[in-house]
Ligand binder design. Structure first.
Ligand SMILES: Cc1cc2nc3c(=O)[nH]c(=O)nc-3n(C[C@H](O)[C@H](O)[C@H](O)COP(=O)(O)O)c2cc1C
Length: 191
C-alpha cells in the first residue's frame, strides 16, 4: 500500500473510457464505501448515500435512459449518442453519490452538500488507495430529475455525481496543478 502522502499527491482522474478490468471486488467496494462514509458531517446527519451500478446493468440502464437523452438532446451527433448508450458500461463499476440535503433547523443545506462532496472525494481517494482509478462525473443525468429517479434518487434527493471505478487501461497522464503560491495567500488587512 502506498504511503499516505504519496497517495494524496499522486491521485489523478482517469477517464471512464480508459477504466477496465480487474474490477473492484465486493470487499473492495464495501471498503470504499466505509471510507466514503467517514467524512466531516455537521450535525451528524449522514446527508448522503450511495448506489452501486455494475457494468452488467449498463445495457438495461441505457434502455431506460436513452429515451430521456433523446428527448433532451434531439440534435445530438451520432457519435455522442453512441457514447451515451455506454454510459454505465464504460467502467466495471460506477457508484452514484446522492445528496440527501434538506432544510434543517441548524445545519444549512449548503453544508450538507459539502459533506456529500467530501464523501465523493473520499470515495475517489479510496479507489486510488486500493490500486484502482476513478473519475467523478456529473453530466446530464445528475441534474435531470427523471434520469435521477430512474437511477435511484428519491424525492428531494439529487446526485452529486457518479464515480466510475476500474483499472486504468493505460498509464494516465497528469495535468498541470496550481502552484501553492497561486492559491495560498497570507491574510493581510491592507488590500
Ligand atoms: C462535481 C464535479 C463534477 C464533474 N463532472 C464531470 C463530468 O461530467 N465530466 C468530466 O469529464 N469531468 C467531470 N468532472 C471533473 C473530473 O472529475 C476530474 O476532476 C477532471 O477530469 C480533472 O482530473 P483530476 O481529478 O485528475 O484533476 C467533475 C468534477 C467535479 C468536482
Amino acid at each position: 500500500m502506498p504511503d499516505a502522502l504519496e497517495l494524496l499527491k499522486t491521485r489523478r482522474s482517469v477517464s471512464a473510457f480508459l477504466l477496465g478490468d480487474p474490477a473492484p471486488s465486493d470487499a473492495d467496494i464495501r471498503q470504499m464505501i466505509e471510507i466514503a462514509a467517514r467524512v466531516p458531517d455537521h450535525g451528524k446527519l449522514t446527508p448522503w448515500r450511495f448506489i452501486l451500478y455494475r457494468r452488467e446493468q449498463g445495457e438495461r440502464l441505457s434502455e431506460l435512459l436513452m429515451p430521456l437523452y433523446h428527448a433532451r438532446f434531439p440534435n445530438a451527433e451520432a457519435q455522442r449518442v453512441e457514447q451515451e448508450r455506454g454510459r454505465f458500461s464504460r467502467s466495471p463499476v460506477t457508484i452514484g453519490v446522492i445528496s440527501k440535503a434538506a432544510t434543517h433547523a441548524k445545519i444549512p443545506e449548503w453544508e450538507q452538500f459539502l459533506s456529500a462532496g467530501a464523501s465523493t472525494m473520499n470515495l475517489v481517494l479510496a479507489a486510488h488507495a486500493l490500486g484502482f482509478a476513478a473519475q467523478w462525473v456529473s453530466d446530464w443525468c445528475a441534474d435531470d430529475v427523471a434520469a435521477s429517479a430512474l437511477l435511484g434518487a428519491g424525492p428531494g434527493e439529487r446526485f452529486v455525481g457518479f464515480v466510475h471505478i476500474g483499472t486504468p487501461k493505460e498509464k494516465p497522464l497528469d495535468r498541470p496543478r496550481p502552484a501553492v503560491d497561486e492559491v495560498l495567500s497570507n491574510w493581510s488587512e491592507a488590500r
